[in-house]
Write a protein that binds this ligand. Structure first.
Ligand SMILES: Cc1cc2nc3c(=O)[nH]c(=O)nc-3n(C[C@H](O)[C@H](O)[C@H](O)COP(=O)(O)O)c2cc1C
Length: 189
């Protein structure tokens, strides 16, 4: 199992089950792969059969200060392999519970795309709840593990946006990742 770069401060865990059909995440992922200070780790590429190397994943987590999760929003949640990765890797005694303080002090950053437009993610919109509310399980996961929750990067209406818009989003996303990486490097000095 080999992630693309080591000795970087942001671990970007990427999960898209059909990257060949992706528009938004493919462009965002390209930008993230070029970001300075970011280790790009594509879960569906590394584990197409869902057999996750737990020790290797824990070692990757320990080697980075910022844990970033990038995914398309599926059924108001993460794609299945990302959930499997959380279930198997973020173990009791490692991530939480007695002796489970290995992620404490790190940051959790979520970047996701939705099919629904921004106005659908509203109390009176089609999805009835805000994105902030839908992401609460991850926010609380960070809290349980003693991690800082970074303001998420969300691209709404991903299928409706034209190529220029997606490219601009990707630039903003890359800048955000590089900002997190630079801040983490600064703190580590
Ligand atoms: C199985 C599945 C479930 C989805 N669930 C949601 C959802 O709950 N909310 C939403 O806004 N979009 C949903 N979508 C739309 C995707 O989020 C959207 O197509 C994706 O973010 C676009 O990114 P991509 O071009 O990288 O695939 C779903 C799509 C699929 C295939």
């Amino acid at each position: 199992m080999e992630a693309e770069r080591r000795d970087t401060s942001v671990l970007l865990v990427f999960a898209h089950p059909a990257l060949e059909r992706s528009r938004a995440n493919a462009v965002l992922a390209d930008a993230a792969r070029k970001a300075v200070g970011v280790t790009f780790h594509d879960l569906y590429e590394v584990y197409p059969d869902f057999v996750i190397d737990v020790e290797a994943e824990q070692a990757l987590l320990l080697a980075h200060q910022v844990i970033a999760l990038q995914f398309p929003f599926y059924w108001y949640s993460t794609p299945a392999l990302l959930k499997e990765w959380l279930d198997l890797v973020w173990l009791h005694g490692f991530a939480y519970g007695k002796g489970g303080d290995r992620l404490k002090g790190k940051q959790l950053f979520v970047a996701c795309t939705t099919g629904g437009p921004a106005q659908a993610y509203h109390q009176r919109g089609a999805n009835r709840f805000t994105m902030e509310e839908f992401l609460r399980p991850l926010e609380q996961t960070a809290a349980l593990c003693g991690m800082t929750w970074e303001n998420p990067y969300v691209v709404h209406g991903a299928r409706l946006k034209d190529d220029d818009h997606i490219r601009r989003e990707a630039e903003g996303y890359r800048a955000r990742l590089e900002g997190l990486a630079a801040a983490a490097r600064e703190t580590a000095r």
